[in-house]
Design a protein around this ligand. Structure first.
Ligand code: TXA
Ligand code: MG
Length: 372
């Protein structure tokens, strides 16, 4: 299949381009489109055959449910069987925007979309292209992130093309996505509302509307933890997979006091450069001075923003991981970011990308010690 990439104005999408994409969706075909979080791989949410195509194009197991995207509140009645009061309050406060609500499944939504679950994930994106496309298609659109299963989510059309080229007919290129991490998924159908996946809407902001909301459970960090579900059983939350957002090269995540992290990253980098490895470093602008010896010896240092700007770190995170990958590094050494604001989502994605390779640095010990 030929994949066509069409540039579209991210603020005022051209009507003819939107109509072309919408007609593909109405025909049960797939379209990659920008949202404010990441690019989505969209298909008709009420048509089983479209959902089947989504799973096939992504290489995603049928046990991982999709998010249904809507453009106006009236569509909520089609996709959800009921909307609890607290869900209405969250929707009123955060939609359109990077928040996904888990609700009882409406009968029209095929169980293939929800991976057999009696709940459905729903979100109303704010990106003008996404909104125009869903409206023009005239139906809710199921869309996971437009990456191959387990790869880093795409924040540009080029990322989506690299993963899905030849597997979808059309990619709408609306430039880089502003938020950069996926939506926050909140289970409002549970007795106590809980974040299942931290994302583009912060816990602090959610608590201003719903103070009782629970933070996400910590992801499993070792391969030896007891699995929380049986093989083949639908995932209750994306937090249950150990390796989910993974770059194709190993990522080592350093956690601990700032100075100790820097010392440990420098020591580990110099050791690896000595062995002839190509080393990529994901850091904050505050680290650049300390990492100068690494950069001078050929390590690729990426410092997209300051520790004080978690939203800017989030916006750059996936593109930076992909850039290091494409530069051909053998390993990515990564500092950790404080779980404040969008920093919680950044921490979550990095821990998953590390897949258990987390190095706790102890400021009292020789920082270079605990690292192998
Ligand atoms: O920002 C986003 O949410 C992006 C854009 C494209 O909207 N979409 C996205 O979709 O990240 P996806 O499929 O990559 O991640 C959705 C996650 C899945 O990991 C899935 O486990 C969870 O939401 N999910 C979907 N339906 C669910 C349900 N009924 N109960 C619990 N979790 C659900
Ligand atoms: Mg995804």
């Amino acid at each position: 299949m030929q994949t066509e990439v069409i540039a579209v104005d991210p603020q005022q999408p051209q009507a003819d381009i939107i109509e072309r994409a919408a007609s593909l969706l109405r025909a049960g075909e797939l379209v990659v489109f920008p949202t404010e979080t990441v690019y989505g791989l969209g298909g008709d949410a009420l048509r089983e055959e479209a959902a089947r195509r989504i799973f096939a194009a992504k290489g995603r197991p049928l046990t991982d449910p999709l998010i249904v995207h809507i453009a106006q509140m009236e569509e909520l009645e089609t996709v959800a069987a009921s909307v609890p009061e607290r869900a209405q309050r969250l929707a009123a406060a955060f939609w359109p925007g990077p928040l996904t609500l888990i609700l009882p499944r409406g009968k029209q939504v095929p169980t293939l979309v929800t991976a057999g679950l009696e709940t459905v994930a729903v979100r109303m994106p704010s990106h003008p292209v996404a909104r125009a496309l869903i409206r023009a298609a005239g139906r809710p659109i199921a869309a996971p992130s437009a990456n191959r299963f387990k790869h880093v989510s795409p924040t540009t059309a080029q990322h989506a093309l690299a993963d899905l080229g030849g597997r979808v007919p059309l990619i709408l290129d609306g430039g880089p996505t502003p938020v950069g991490v996926e939506s926050t998924v909140v289970d409002v159908a549970a007795p106590v509302p809980r974040i299942l996946r931290p994302g583009g809407t912060s816990l602090e902001a959610l608590r201003e509307v719903l103070p009782e909301i629970e933070p996400p459970l910590p992801p499993r960090t070792t391969a030896f933890d007891k699995p929380e579900r049986e093989e083949g059983e639908a995932q209750r939350s994306p937090g249950q997979m150990l390796v989910h957002y993974s770059p194709t090269v190993p990522l080592l995540l350093f956690e601990g006091e700032d100075e100790a992290q820097r010392a440990a990253i420098v020591a580990e980098t110099l050791r690896r450069l000595e062995r002839g490895e190509r080393v990529g470093i994901l850091a904050a602008s505050e680290d650049v001075e300390a990492l100068r010896p690494c950069a001078e010896r050929g390590a690729l240092v990426q410092a997209p923003a300051s520790l004080e700007e978690p939203a800017r770190i989030a916006a750059a995170l996936f593109a930076t991981l992909r850039a290091l990958e494409e530069a051909g590094v053998n390993v990515i050494l990564c500092r950790s970011f404080r779980p404040v604001g969008l920093g919680l989502a950044v921490q979550d994605r990095l821990r998953r990308a590390a897949g258990g390779r987390i190095i706790q640095v102890d400021p009292s010990a020789d920082a270079a010690e605990g690292v192998r």
